[in-house]
Design a protein around this ligand. Sequence first.
Ligand SMILES: C[S@@+](CC[C@H](N)C(=O)[O-])C[C@H]1O[C@@H](n2cnc3c(N)ncnc32)[C@H](O)[C@@H]1O
Length: 183
Amino acid sequence: MIEVAAACGIPRIYTMEISRNLFEESRRNLANFPQVECLWGLSVDKHEAAEFIQQDPLLRERGPEPDIYIDFLPDPVAGYLRELEGALGGDEGLAPPDRLLQTLVPSFVDRRPLFCLDSAGGVGLLEYQTVRRLLGRNPFIVWIDDVNHVKHYRSLLDLQSDPAASHVSLNWDEGWGVALVNG
Ligand SMILES: C[S@@+](CC[C@H](N)C(=O)[O-])C[C@H]1O[C@@H](n2cnc3c(N)ncnc32)[C@H](O)[C@@H]1O
């Protein structure tokens, strides 16, 4: 990814991680890449994210269809809420900043940014919607991971039905999709 970004002339890469421990680990791992800036915090608004997870019909009323992955069964709502607290890195109880996308994206809206979205399953769609809202009619590129998962199954459907999204490529077996959104 870093090599591809360098070859494409992408000057700066930001990563976001809610777990303080995992953030520290990624910062150590990426220390040799000065163009990468690791940020600690939640990509979206914390209260909006919690409400989104609690209200999501796909988590509340799981039926046989669509046949997609959901983590933390039999209680995905509780599991995804814990992930929002940094539980995957074992560091619950801290108070990380939130709304990192809202803070960062407005400075880049007119530079056709590339977004790689691969965070918690419970807020994948919210993160995708947040990016779309912040970009408005500005063009951007989006890569979404886990399209066969509650994380980005609906983001993919949205891209596939959106006339503003062109060059939608999909690898269902590996579970990712990428699209150019023309705004
Ligand atoms: C599916 S993993 C992906 C990690 C990384 N992309 C990789 O491939 O190794 C999701 C990670 O994002 C973190 N996370 C989940 N939701 C987040 C959010 N809304 N903002 C920031 N970090 C989040 C989790 O703590 C977890 O470490």
